[in-house]
Design a protein around this ligand. Structure first.
Ligand code: HEM
Length: 323
């Protein structure tokens, strides 16, 4: 009996040590770099002003980092030093850009707090700023992530990132695995309130067999999409459509637009007709505050996914290089 109590006590100690000492926390850099959030915000301000497309790029960059091997900044690693085909070589990362912004902010952070703050945390903070600066909620995020010390090949993103043809069940599978409930899973897709979709990602939707996906679309919008995105493999990477009518504003227009039959991607449209998600889409289209609340908690859950903490991983000095 005494031995059992000792073992249970020991396990409890280990557990609480793990949670308090090694997990993420809201005051992680209190002593080592208390000004980190200000450095990131101030560093990004001129970038957001001069290039309004950078907010959407940073938000998607966060998802594509977290979805592959967890939020560990592995997507930032450049080829070289034995890593020839890194994550960016995956076709699923088409359109991923602005990785250099995270490196630039990291060098600002390094100048004030050398070797303290991970690229993984800076990437999450940058995505959080992207949401706030475009009019979305200001999300409080726990910090203390560490960076991966190896970079996966393109095969991992090939397998793990959802294709442009993903539907509701694939989407729910991805996000419920990260601890999100139904509302949060629908809310996290509200990230598509920002940015663009390249025409090459719409070929199946617009020119698929039987025109299945065009049937649920508002006819004027279907005609517009087909006019903008011509059929064929020559569709250049320069042709794209806006994800919603206000692509620089984080608002609930994505839901309003989808409810009108103007969802750009298959998932955007399918969530309106699927009986599991339809009522949540309708609710968010009418209540922006509830969307913001659900998005904020979904964002934090995504940002915690598969993180390295404590003695795991490293703090990279240069985000693009493993050492
Ligand atoms: C099943 C889930 C998802 C699918 C199938 C999906 C698919 C896509 C596709 C195909 C694009 C167009 C990319 C391009 O052509 O350049 C896109 C854009 C975008 N996605 Fe998603 N996405 C999903 C979830 C998410 C999540 C969770 C986030 C962020 C939290 C996100 C943020 C974005 C943003 C901001 C853009 C616009 C990027 C830009 O303007 O460069 N997506 N998504």
């Amino acid at each position: 009996m005494r031995r059992t109590i000792v073992v249970v006590f020991f396990m409890f100690q280990c557990f609480s040590f793990n949670v308090k000492g090694f997990g993420l926390s809201y005051n992680f850099y209190e002593k080592s770099c208390p000004q980190v959030e200000d450095i990131v915000r101030n560093g990004l301000q001129p970038i957001f002003l001069t290039d309004p497309t950078s907010a959407s790029a940073l938000l998607r960059l966060m998802f594509h980092d977290c979805q592959v091997q967890g939020c560990d900044a592995s997507i930032l690693v450049d080829p070289g030093n034995g890593n020839e085909a890194t994550e960016m070589a995956s076709s699923k990362n088409l359109g991923i850009r602005k990785r250099e912004i995270v490196s630039m902010v990291k060098s600002m952070v390094e100048a004030q707090c050398p070797q303290q703050v991970s690229c993984a945390d800076i990437l999450i903070l940058a995505a959080r700023e992207a949401v706030a600066v475009t009019g979305g909620p200001r999300i409080k995020v726990p910090l203390g992530r560490r960076d991966s010390s190896h970079a996966p090949s393109h095969r991992l993103p090939d397998a793990l990132l959802p294709p442009a043809t993903a539907g509701v069940s694939e989407m729910l599978n991805i996000f419920t695995n990260k601890g999100m409930n139904l509302e949060e899973s629908v809310a996290v897709l509200g990230a598509h309130t920002l940015g663009i979709t390249h025409c090459s990602n719409l070929q199946n939707r617009l020119y698929g067999r039987n025109n299945d996906e065009l049937r649920g679309m508002e006819p004027g919008f279907a005609a517009f999409l087909r006019l903008t995105c011509q059929k064929g493999p020559l569709t250049s990477n320069l042709s794209f459509v806006l994800n919603d009518p206000t692509p620089f504003s984080f608002d609930n227009e994505y839901y309003v637009n989808a409810m009108r039959g103007r969802g750009v991607l298959k998932i955007d449209a399918e969530m309106v007709s699927n009986p599991k998600t339809a009522h949540v889409m309708k609710h968010f289209s009418m209540n922006e505050a509830d969307f913001f609340r659900a998005f904020s908690s979904a964002f934090v859950k995504l940002s915690r996914y598969g993180v390295l903490t404590g003695k795991q991983g490293v703090i990279r000095k240069n985000c693009n290089q493993l050492s």
